[in-house]
Ligand binder design. Structure first.
Ligand code: NAI
Length: 249
């Protein structure tokens, strides 16, 4: 299989690229650094150029797409969190669908977050189109608000595409990790605004996840063994969602 992976330079994306390479697949890694295609996905023109390069390297045919690139709540500009985690992700999904349609057993996986469940779509400032003002009013909370909004929006965007993508024969799912030991988590822990809350966000299983554990779920979801899984979100969080929302099914 030929599989394009954003965020392949670090953390969950790097672990996913390693797992899929080890399984014999051809990986096209996309990231700010340590990747086949180096690009700043926050820049709409640069990401359009990256799409062209992905199509060139894949011959216009992709069997898999895994979108891991993202930034955490500690990034100073909350609008950048939305641009990378939500807008860039959706732009790549839509731009790469034609190549996926030509693939064999094609599938895409987007890395969302358990944070996607911390806000309702009806209350999401991205849904209302007023996120810049909403974040400006949020003070110290803006980063987390932007992160949860961006992840909620990306999960909704995937679910909204289930009908069209299913009809096109391309499966599309999200994974929603809890805390996973990566540089992104470490940056949050090091931030005086969020460090304590993240440290207290301990899963019932008693530890944080490892990038390889998320990678193995992603590898399964892009494989033909997951052929009937479509439009779904898979929480992979050591039980923290069950702990915080036991009655939500
Ligand atoms: P990471 O920081 O190790 O990897 C993220 C990668 O995305 C980096 O290689 C980074 O260079 C790349 N990236 C960021 N901005 C970019 C841009 N503008 N253009 C191109 N590439 C860019 O972090 P991690 O944890 O592996 O994150 C992967 C995904 O998992 C993210 O979407 C994150 O939100 C999500 N996630 C992570 C959790 C955690 O606790 N680590 C929990 C839930 C979700």
């Amino acid at each position: 299989m030929t599989i394009a992976i954003t965020g392949a330079g670090s953390g969950i994306g790097a672990a996913t690229a390693a797992a899929l390479r080890a399984a014999g697949h051809h990986i096209i890694g996309i990231d700010l650094r340590n990747a086949d295609i180096t690009v700043d996905l926050a820049d709409p023109a640069a990401r359009a150029a990256a799409v062209e390069e992905i199509l060139e390297r894949s011959g216009g045919v992709l069997d898999g797409v895994v979108l891991c690139a993202g930034v955490g709540p500690q990034v100073p500009d909350p609008n950048l969190v939305v641009e990378i985690n939500y807008r860039a992700t959706v732009a790549l999904l839509d731009a790469l669908l034609p190549a996926l349609r030509k693939g064999e057993n094609p599938a895409a996986v987007v890395v969302s977050s358990v944070a996607s469940t911390q806000i309702k779509w009806e209350d999401n400032p991205i849904a209302k189109g007023n996120e810049a003002e909403a974040f400006a009013r949020a003070g110290d909370f803006a980063g987390h608000y932007a992160y949860a909004s961006s992840k909620n929006a990306v999960t909704v965007a995937v679910r909204e595409r289930a009908v069209e993508w299913g009809a096109a024969g391309v499966r599309l799912n999200t994974v929603a990790p809890g805390s996973v030991e990566t540089p992104l988590l470490q940056a949050g822990l090091d931030d005086p605004r969020y460090g304590e809350a993240i440290r207290n966000f301990v899963a019932p299983i008693g530890r944080n996840g490892k990038p390889e554990e998320i990678a193995s779920l992603i590898a399964y979801l892009v494989s033909p063994q997951a052929g009937f899984i479509h439009g779904a979100q898979f929480v992979i969080d050591g039980g923290i969602d069950a702990q915080t929302r036991p009655t939500v099914v």
